[in-house]
Write a protein that binds this ligand. Structure first.
Ligand SMILES: Nc1ncnc2c1ncn2[C@@H]1O[C@H](COP(=O)(O)OP(=O)(O)OP(=O)(O)O)[C@@H](O)[C@H]1O
Length: 570
């Protein structure tokens, strides 16, 4: 049910504002449809942030009362005030044609789910260093939002986006925003693969449930499959609640495996917070490596110096030619050549100015970075926080202090000690390539301004986490900030979700096959209920994916029925 249409020349065929949505967004193309609605790539004709391309999510809301609309809009405004390089920026929200619209940052490298599929199809796997880079960023983003009492509730590979090889968590707080009631939001958001045992046992959702989901995602980045799998919906749920904690393959270090297993502790109180994971020795060492690499990458000022020298040479050469042309008799051909040279001269002047500015900027940043005491390894913080929380078993895998980098050594332009920094030294491709692709040709790195500032912001957040005092009681229950909305929104959105899921399966299988599968599985669910929880796998001929989705649809339909009943009795 798309409400906006792509139109030729990038003009949206929607009402008002000369073909623009909300008088500023021109629809460029459809990016797809999620369980809540349609997603479009748009051009922001009034962009002031230098990012013209943005994403519009359009969510049909049905019959919303005005007070509900106001609340959702206020909540959205709150989300737009949050800024973190690992969180997808939430720019703006508005109502248009009975749909709630959200404008977010655009990530041209698509989502992590696509990336992992690509890696899997190519028969490769991600290097541990790449997994850790992304894990650190995700933990920093999670920590930032948890610190502000905002939960994600639907963290999954499809909600993590890639932009210049930085990861960004999308839809933070959005499920609550849309579902009105946070408890309902968790039950009804998308896929079951990332649901935590406490959620399935209806013990409530807190920040530890997001940590569980990130643990599942960590497993997925390493193994390219879900952490908990099964032939049907119920068997996945059973594995989550009662199954063994999975283990990473030997290609990944025991330290990383240990981090993942901590994140997948069945008891939320035994699971570390995002900040606790970041403050573990293993992660801290890796953050230090990341910072070293960044300082190294950002010191690419030598390249700018080269550029300046080249431009200077060119200018001298041009001057010589010009002088010569004055003494020689000029033919039309020569005059033409002179004009071209003059144009080139102008261009060179502009380039030189740009290069000089860049050179200054990078050196200032370099000085700033040094003065931010990056060399001061936050061992104190680690020692203070070691083993914090309800579980004593949080590992401090290596009691050796981290080697402090020698100041004079840091100044040497030689090959860095750290293998990743050395890799960057040779390739000069910094964060710009995905390191699972070892055979990809080395590219020259020119960090763009937004990239530099995002990396800087990331480094700052990293340092902040390391400098933070560990909180007294990490497992303290949270009061979710998100609104407790009226049941009607839940029902209306759940109805939309059920309808979209039904439409999408029916489209894929064809109406007849869908009806048959739906009937069969409904019967299986009924028998399963009558037999009091006995598991019965769907017919393998149906195909695990189709059967799974129809099973999921039936589950949601039953929940919807239950909601309607609750609504009637309350
Ligand atoms: N900010 C973004 N930048 C780039 N692509 C995006 C962005 N947001 C969404 N997309 C793409 O749009 C499509 C639909 O996204 P959406 O988040 O609505 O659904 P989903 O994640 O596929 O499913 P669900 O609604 O169950 O989470 C996906 O292919 C997604 O990768």
């Amino acid at each position: 049910m798309p409400r906006f249409q792509e139109a030729e020349g990038g003009q949206a065929s929607t009402s008002g504002g000369g073909g623009l949505v909300a008088k500023r967004y021109s629809i460029l193309q459809s990016l797809g449809r999620g369980s809540f609605g349609s997603v479009y790539l748009v051009q922001d004709v009034k962009a002031t942030d230098g990012e013209e391309l943005k994403v519009l999510k359009q969510i049909p809301l049905g019959d919303l009362r005005p007070d509900e609309t106001v609340r959702a809009t206020q909540e959205a405004q709150l989300l737009s005030q949050l800024h973190h390089p690992a969180i997808l920026s939430f720019h703006h929200s508005f109502l248009e044609r009975d749909a709630f619209c959200i404008i977010t940052e655009y990530c041209q490298d698509r989502d992590l789910d696509c990336k992992l599929q690509e890696v899997k199809q190519a028969g490769r796997s991600l290097l541990e260093s790449q997994v850790i880079d992304w894990l650190i960023q995700l933990l920093l983003g999670l920590h930032y939002m948890h610190d502000r009492r905002i939960l994600h509730r639907d963290l999954k590979a499809k909600n993590v986006f890639l932009k210049r090889n930085l990861v960004k968590i999308g839809d933070f707080g959005v499920s609550c925003l849309l579902m009105g009631s946070c408890d309902q939001a968790t039950t009804f958001t998308g896929t079951p693969y990332y649901m935590s045992p406490e959620v399935l046992n209806q013990q409530g959702y807190d920040s530890k449930s997001d940590v569980w989901a990130l643990g599942c995602l960590l497993y997925e980045m390493c193994c390219l499959t879900h952490a908990f799998q099964g032939p049907n919906f119920l068997s996945v749920l059973m594995k989550i609640v009662e199954g063994e904690t999975p283990t990473l393959p030997p290609a990944y270090s025991p330290d990383l495996n240990s981090v993942m297993q901590r994140m997948l502790q069945k008891q939320p109180s035994c699971r570390p917070t995002a900040a606790e994971i970041l403050r573990s020795r293993f992660m801290e060492e890796n953050m230090q490596k990341m910072k070293d690499r960044f300082v190294f990458v950002s010191s690419g000022g030598d390249k700018d110096a080269e550029l300046i020298a080249k431009n200077m040479q060119m200018k001298v050469h041009l001057q010589t030619l010009r002088d010569r042309s004055e003494v020689e008799k000029m033919t039309p051909r020569e005059r033409m050549r002179l004009r071209k040279l003059q144009a080139a001269d102008e261009k060179a002047k502009r380039l030189r100015k740009l290069a000089e500015e860049k050179y200054q900027e990078i050196h200032t940043r370099r000085r700033e970075l040094r003065s931010r005491h990056f060399e001061r390894v936050s061992l104190d913080v680690l020692n203070e926080s070691g083993g914090g929380g309800a579980c004593q078993s949080w590992p401090i895998s290596n009691q050796e202090p981290i080697q402090k980098q020698d100041e004079s050594e840091a100044e040497l332009p030689g090959i860095p000690e750290d293998p990743r920094a050395a890799e960057a030294y040779y390739n000069q491709d910094g964060f710009d390539s995905c390191s699972e692709d070892e055979e990809s040709p080395a590219e020259t790195l020119y960090l763009s301004d937004p990239q530099v500032s995002e990396l800087e912001a990331m480094m700052k957040h990293m340092q902040d986490v390391l400098d933070e005092e560990p909180s007294g009681d990490p497992a303290a229950p949270e009061a979710p900030r998100s609104p407790q909305g009226p049941l009607m929104i839940n029902r209306s959105l759940l109805q939309t979700k059920v309808q979209l899921l039904r439409e999408s399966i029916s489209r894929r299988l064809g109406s007849e096959v869908f009806q048959k599968l739906y009937k069969n599985l409904k019967e299986v669910r009924r028998r399963r209920r009558d037999a009091d929880g006995e598991d019965e796998a769907p017919n393998p001929q149906d195909g695990p994916n189709d059967g799974f989705q129809v099973d999921q649809l039936l589950f949601y339909e039953e929940e919807l029925q239950r909601l309607k009943q609750d609504d009637r009795t309350s």
